[in-house]
Design a protein around this ligand. Structure first.
Ligand code: ZN
Ligand code: FE
Length: 254
């Protein structure tokens, strides 16, 4: 399967997955034009539309693409998402014939209450839950929910390619280096991100193993983050530490 990030809106990625025979899936189409351009350039047929959560920058073009291409929409059950053909929930499996693919659905509440991630074809489509070097803001969930969601994603195979919803790696990296300053893997990843961005290339997809080594929100139990928590009054409780880390990122001006 080919895995292609399509830049959209200000800093979103719509994920395009397609096989060699031109059968395609899009994930989180917040905008129609980049999808139509990629489909026609690559001579692809759109066969399915997967949505991770209800925010408009992820679903804005789903209904128009569904109408134009007749592709079914898969989405979590949420009254804020219209025109869904199949509702998905934690533990569901989506089996597609064209392109041939199988995705497991993982409920990942935190950013929003009905957010899901899709895992299959070697990739993790995680919307605004896990970003490279960061995680989503807590709009509708608790820190405990988000931490549990991230831990389910962190348990996937290390070679899984993380396909997230936004290009936030550079800004996330500046925060990450402040809270985990001696992490050499993180320094190297920040250099890699800077080089990609300087050439106008996306920083993602990135293997999950890299995120496990570099992303502070996946390293909440590391010595570096445990120290950070103590110095920032979060004590030794890991959920409190995670909450403090997320709050610090919310206020970070980097
Ligand atoms: Zn969102
Ligand atoms: Fe978003």
């Amino acid at each position: 399967m080919h895995v292609v990030p399509l830049p959209a809106l200000a800093d979103n990625y719509i994920w395009l997955l397609h096989d060699d025979s031109g059968q395609a899936i899009v994930v989180d189409p917040g905008e129609q034009a980049p999808v139509e351009a990629a489909l026609s350039e690559r001579a692809l047929q759109l066969r399915a539309i997967l949505l991770t959560h209800h925010h408009n920058d992820h679903i804005g073009a789903a209904a128009a693409l569904r109408a134009r291409h007749g592709a079914p929409v898969f989405a979590p059950r949420d009254e804020r998402i219209a025109e869904v053909d199949r509702f998905v929930d934690d533990g569901d499996v989506i089996t597609l014939e064209q392109p041939q693919a199988r995705f497991e659905v993982i409920a990942v509440p935190g950013h929003t209450r009905s957010h899901v991630a899709y895992v299959g074809a070697g990739v993790l489509l995680c919307g605004d839950t896990l970003f490279s070097l960061g995680c989503g803001r807590l709009f509708e969930g608790t820190p405990a929910q988000m931490l549990a969601s991230l831990e389910r994603l962190a348990a996937l195979p290390g070679d899984t390619l993380v396909c997230c919803g936004h290009e936030y790696a550079a800004a996330n990296g500046r925060f990450a280096r402040q809270v985990d300053p001696t992490n050499r893997d993180l320094a190297a990843r920040c250099d890699q991100v800077a080089a990609a961005r300087a050439q106008g290339r996306p920083s993602v997809p990135v293997p999950l193993a890299s995120e496990l080594a570099c992303n502070p929100f996946l390293r909440i139990d590391s010595d570096a983050l445990t120290d950070w928590g103590r110095r920032h009054g979060a004590g030794d409780d890991r959920t409190t530490r995670f909450a403090a880390l997320r709050a610090a990122k919310d206020h970070f001006q980097g």
